[in-house]
Write a new protein. Structure first.
Length: 173
């Protein structure tokens, strides 16, 4: 099964355990990367539409963790845990994401930030331990739609940051 990204084109290089999502964002690569490095940014955009995030702890460094709760629009709370395994500013972030530290069902993700003209193409490649866990994420948790929405939230957030940084005081009135 091929996974599709934002452009709708199949990615034939993926395996049956992967989800690959990609989006061009109209903001500098350094700013898009920074949106992942500080909890004050993440709390503004992380998650699918209608979700909010409460951080319990956050340390952005290799070996550091982000423990948080995603609050669904239906009131369901999802305990989440991310451990950063590689950080190469402003090009790449690798992480392990599960419900808790050492979750045997955790998946690995690599995010790349590619400068494309004046835009940044972010690509998220996620590999699940098994095909069954990937299918559960897609069917039960709507991982592809949720990932697309999360990237959309990121794009809107950094666009607002870029607009605020380039707009003279009083121009928004």
């Amino acid at each position: 099964m091929a996974t599709t990204g934002s452009g709708g084109e199949p990615d034939h290089t993926t395996t049956d355990r992967e989800i690959v999502l990609s989006r061009a964002i109209g903001a500098p690569r350094e700013l898009v990367f920074e949106a992942f490095t500080q909890v004050r940014h993440l709390s503004q955009w992380w998650g699918p539409e209608g979700f909010t995030t409460t951080t319990r702890s956050f340390e952005f460094r290799v070996g550091g963790d982000w423990a948080f709760v995603m609050h669904g629009p239906d009131g369901t709370d999802y305990q989440e845990w991310i451990t950063w395994t590689e950080i190469v500013p402003p090009e790449r972030i690798a992480l392990v994401h599960g419900e808790y530290r050492d979750d045997p069902n955790a998946f690995e993700s690599v995010l790349t930030f590619e400068l494309v003209g004046e835009k940044t193409r972010i690509t998220m490649r996620t590999v699940f331990p098994t095909k069954e866990l990937r299918e559960e994420a897609v069917q039960k948790y709507h991982a592809i739609e949720g990932g697309e929405q999360t990237l959309g939230n990121l794009a809107a957030y950094v666009a607002e940051l870029t607009w605020n940084e380039t707009t003279p005081k009083g121009a928004e009135d």
